[in-house]
Design a protein around this ligand. Structure first.
Ligand SMILES: CC(C)(COP(=O)(O)OP(=O)(O)OC[C@H]1O[C@@H](n2cnc3c(N)ncnc32)[C@H](O)[C@@H]1OP(=O)(O)O)[C@@H](O)C(=O)NCCC(=O)NCCS
Length: 176
């Protein structure tokens, strides 16, 4: 599996030991407020990690486990996820992020998003990368903007009203 080091983060493969801290993060109502189904129990979180790992096996890319390079702590997930059921066009790979509350507000999501997008365009040769959020999720929408995505519209997806943003490879300057 591809690993990516950014200035402050290590984007790496999932390890057994990640489940405990990830389950703690996903049990926080504040973290899960805009994720569509609220705080998750350990079993649901384990199912999610199983989906991430199967996605990597199927597509050769996916959501990375994120480590804070300074402390070596597991702090969440960032990366690319293909949604076969996305209704708005042929480009169905999303860049997404979810981090431990105590690491918010330091630019980490944006740093990981930029690395994910670069990987998606330069290595995977994706034509467009989308990102999807519930409209009230201002922090996430801001990360999209800071990572260079622009607003493309609203949609109904998985029973939710969402907004979606995108960035196209042809408009992206390599190395930026
Ligand atoms: C979304 C999330 C990953 C952002 O992580 P982060 O590392 O704090 O993001 P960054 O520091 O890179 O950027 C956050 C930006 O949002 C802004 N922001 C945060 N809360 C905000 C709010 N309530 N209203 C407006 N802007 C807000 C920050 O000020 C910052 O912008 P700035 O750099 O211009 O000041 C984090 O909040 C999270 O894990 N949320 C829960 C999971 C989630 O909702 N994931 C996304 C699902 S679509």
């Amino acid at each position: 599996m591809v690993e990516i080091e950014t200035e402050r983060l290590l984007l790496r493969g999932w390890r057994d030991g990640d489940l405990e801290p990830y389950a703690r993060i996903c049990a926080e109502p504040e973290v899960m407020l805009y994720m569509g189904r609220g705080a998750m129990g350990r079993g649901q979180t384990a199912e999610s990690v199983g989906r991430y790992v199967r996605h990597w096996e199927k597509y050769g890319y996916g959501l990375w486990a994120v480590e804070d390079r300074t402390s070596g702590a597991f702090i969440g997930r960032i990366g690319l996820m293909r949604h076969d059921d996305w209704p708005e066009g042929a480009h169905k790979t999303e860049v997404g992020w979810l981090l431990d509350r105590s690491f918010w507000g330091r630019g980490f999501a944006t740093e990981g998003a930029l690395a994910s997008i670069r990987h998606g365009f330069e290595e995977l040769k994706l034509g467009r990368i989308i990102s999807i959020a519930i409209p009230g999720n201002q922090a996430s929408l801001r990360v999209m903007e800071k990572a260079g995505l622009t607003h493309r519209g609203q949609a109904r997806w998985k029973g939710l009203d969402v907004v979606w943003y995108a960035i196209d490879r042809e408009n992206k300057q390599t190395g930026s």
